[in-house]
Design a protein around this ligand. Structure first.
Ligand code: KIV
Length: 266
């Protein structure tokens, strides 16, 4: 039996029911098909493609054209999953620019939701996107487009003040219209606090198992990323097919077996 199309409303119901949301990145039709067939809830065409597909050291060189191209490919095989696509570096420096580029991701790329990085500085942009019918995911914590400003890929929100600011930002972004919040590289306790404070779901990556869902970069899960981050897990190590690795990841997130302590930060 084929799975029903995942919607923003359904993601919210999943949070209320305590049913974990499972997400993975994909950048082409072949992998998207496998993920969709295994029942993944959300496929993310992330700007991580700058690293895993294009071979750059950061996500910064990725353009809107790149994301439209990869989103189109993924959309062709994405039948039940919700398709979330990143707005890349410098493509949403004003609400007007964000609206223009979100329109391209949705109209040309087939995206169902756009994701953008940043806290309070994005509130007006999120409000305008939401007012114009664009579902939005706000990305907090380690925001890779800010890597040079952050001084590297580091856990965020460990200091009490920074943690409280992240909590305030998450609430303000939700109130502005964000439908999901991604928390990347955030201490377990802070991610738990933000998750309980919000009505919209949180999706964690290196943020502990108390988030409403989990996302990983597909290449990390497949064990082909050199020096993969601590928060990821090579599911191919214990599986003989990609479909089985994806299916085990889904089951482990749903059951709470992933992430384990060793994939988290305190
Ligand atoms: O670009 C990406 O793949 C992401 C995930 C790491 C959340 O933003």
């Amino acid at each position: 039996m084929s799975k029903r199309k995942v919607t923003v409303t359904q993601l919210r119901k999943m949070k209320q029911a305590g049913d974990k949301i499972v997400s993975l990145t994909a950048y082409d039709a072949s992998f998207a098909r496998v993920l969709d067939q295994q029942g993944i809830d959300v496929i993310l065409v992330g700007d991580s493609l700058g690293m895993v597909i294009q071979g750059h050291e950061t996500t910064i060189p990725v353009t809107v054209d790149d994301l439209v191209y990869h989103s189109k490919a993924v959309a062709s095989a994405c039948h039940s999953a919700l398709l979330m696509v990143d707005l890349p570096f410098m493509s949403y420096t004003s609400p007007e620019m964000a609206l223009r580029n979100a329109a391209r991701l949705m109209q040309e790329g087939g995206a169902h939701m756009v994701k953008l990085e940043g806290g309070s500085q994005q509130i007006e942009t999120v409000r305008q996107l939401a007012l114009h019918g664009v579902p939005v995911c706000a990305h907090l914590g380690l925001t890779p487009q800010y890597v040079h400003k952050l001084g590297g890929y580091r856990v965020q929100g460990r200091a009490a003040e920074a943690g409280q600011q992240m909590l305030k930002d998450a609430i303000a972004l939700q109130d502005a219209g964000a439908d999901i919040v991604v928390l990347e590289c955030v201490p377990i306790a802070l991610a738990k606090e933000i998750t309980s404070a919000l009505n919209v779901p949180t999706i964690g990556i290196g943020a502990g198992k108390d988030c409403d869902g989990q996302v990983l970069v597909l290449q990390d899960l497949l064990g082909i990323t050199p020096n993969a981050p601590k928060f990821s897990k090579d599911f191919m190590a214990e599986n003989t097919s990609i479909a089985n690795a994806v299916s085990n990841y889904i089951n482990d997130v749903k059951s709470g077996a992933f992430p384990a302590k060793e994939h988290c930060f305190v």
